[in-house]
Design a protein around this ligand. Structure first.
Ligand code: COA
Length: 374
């Protein structure tokens, strides 16, 4: 059956709103700046400021912004108690989703939907999400949480809170680049979810909780946790080609490949790949890079399909020694900057997001009394 005019499955190609935050046309730009330049010239804090406020910060704005964010790196006691009390097998992203919901209860601006109120809350969430991920991680290992630094950058402080020691400049830079690349991506599923939630005049925390829920699936943020299991299942360079061919024959999707918008490759994957390779070289983990290379060649040859950002990110975080279940939470702690910017933009010119559906159910009929139903 052909689709009626105006209906596009998965809303492919449909313009769902207006934005001045990012464009994916001809490469990825945040507020007009190509991401290639942003990763060279800026750190994650500068990019988060750009997304929230619309311009890159001056030195003074940067210092003030960083001071506010770094000072907000703490959780209230009930939230820490909650993170400690939940079952050890709780998925870190689920714990983060609940923590964000609980953070709303101690945020005095929770009902303030002004631009200023949402900027304050967005800054606080940028500060709090990494702490929630790190605290939950350490509690789940029976370790004491590490108190956040007031000086380290977002990238360095996160690694510090997870590991308990300050990271190397190489690890910090690579983490920072990944955070910049994960920070924003136009009308992806989680951002559209966040905008839909707040279009009802709900609140930022609810939008972020919904965004995390949408991010979880493996067709979106969950893909970065599937990369190492694929490489480990392949196991050797010799096995790579036949493994991918068999997987394609079974019509399986290879996580970390393909994209709804980028059909000729994801610029973010090309930017992050050298960082994954560099750390792998340093840590004697080149086998995974070599297998990944063969997988890329086979996918390009057989499917004309290319890696997305999750493909190098999964390997990069593994080379940093991070455990797989915190990879999607890392995506969330970065994307919260983009979600917050979109919430502010949506509320700045809001109209309830309420599309229609194509009805394909039973035709009009009458209700029968219960004893006549079969
Ligand atoms: C991202 C994604 C959901 C986009 O999908 P989409 O635009 O809806 O593409 P479609 O589902 O229409 O797929 C088109 C065809 O390519 C195939 N395909 C898409 N992604 C594939 C992948 N990663 N591996 C193998 N085949 C894939 C589909 O099976 C489909 O084949 P068919 O026409 O024979 O049925 C999809 O590429 C995917 O599932 N990728 C893996 C998950 C992932 O990495 N997600 C992170 C995205 S940043």
């Amino acid at each position: 059956m052909t689709n009626p005019e105006g209906y596009s499955p998965g809303l492919e190609g449909v313009i769902g709103g207006i934005t001045s935050i990012a464009t994916v046309e001809n490469g990825l730009c945040y507020r007009g700046y190509p991401v290639e330049e942003l990763v060279k010239e800026c750190n994650f804090e500068e990019v988060a400021f750009l997304l929230l406020y619309g311009e890159l910060p001056t030195a003074r704005e940067y210092n003030e912004f960083a001071s506010r964010v770094y000072a907000a790196r703490r959780l209230t006691l009930p939230i820490r108690d909650f993170l400690k009390a939940i079952p050890k097998w709780t998925m870190p992203l689920d714990a983060l989703r609940t923590a964000v919901s609980a953070l709303a209860h101690s945020d005095q601006d929770v009902e303030d939907n002004t631009r200023e109120g949402n900027l304050r809350k967005g800054e606080r969430l940028i500060a709090q999400l990494p702490v929630a991920i790190a605290d939950h991680y350490r509690f789940s290992k029976g370790l004491q949480p590490i108190q956040a630094s007031q000086e380290l950058s977002q990238a360095a402080n996160f690694l510090y809170m997870i590991r308990g020691s300050e990271p190397s400049p190489e690890d910090t830079k690579a983490m920072d680049v990944s955070l910049i690349l994960y920070a924003e991506h136009e009308f992806n599923a989680s951002t559209f979810t966040a905008r839909t939630i707040v279009s009802t005049e709900s609140d930022l925390h609810s939008a972020v909780v919904g965004g995390i829920g949408a991010l979880k699936g493996k067709l979106h943020g969950g893909a970065n946790e599937k990369v190492m299991p694929i490489l480990e299942a392949i196991g050797s360079k010799e096995n790579a080609e036949s493994w991918v061919m068999a997987s394609l024959q079974r019509k399986e999707r290879l996580m970390g490949f393909g994209h709804r918008v980028y059909k000729k490759g994801d610029v973010r994957a090309s930017i992050l790949k050298p960082y994954a390779r560099q750390l792998a070289e340093q840590k004697n983990l080149m086998l995974w890079e070599e297998i990944a290379e063969i997988v890329e060649e086979v996918m390009a040859r057989e499917k004309k399909m290319y890696p997305n950002l999750d493909w190098p990110a999964g390997r990069l975080y593994h080379a940093m020694g991070l455990e797989i279940p915190i990879y999607t939470p890392i995506f969330a702690m970065s994307r919260v900057a983009g979600w917050s910017a979109h919430v502010i933009e949506q509320l700045g010119n809001n109209r309830l997001i309420r599309p229609r559906a194509l009805y394909q159910g039973p035709p009009l009929r009458s209700v029968k009394p219960m004893d006549q139903r079969n």
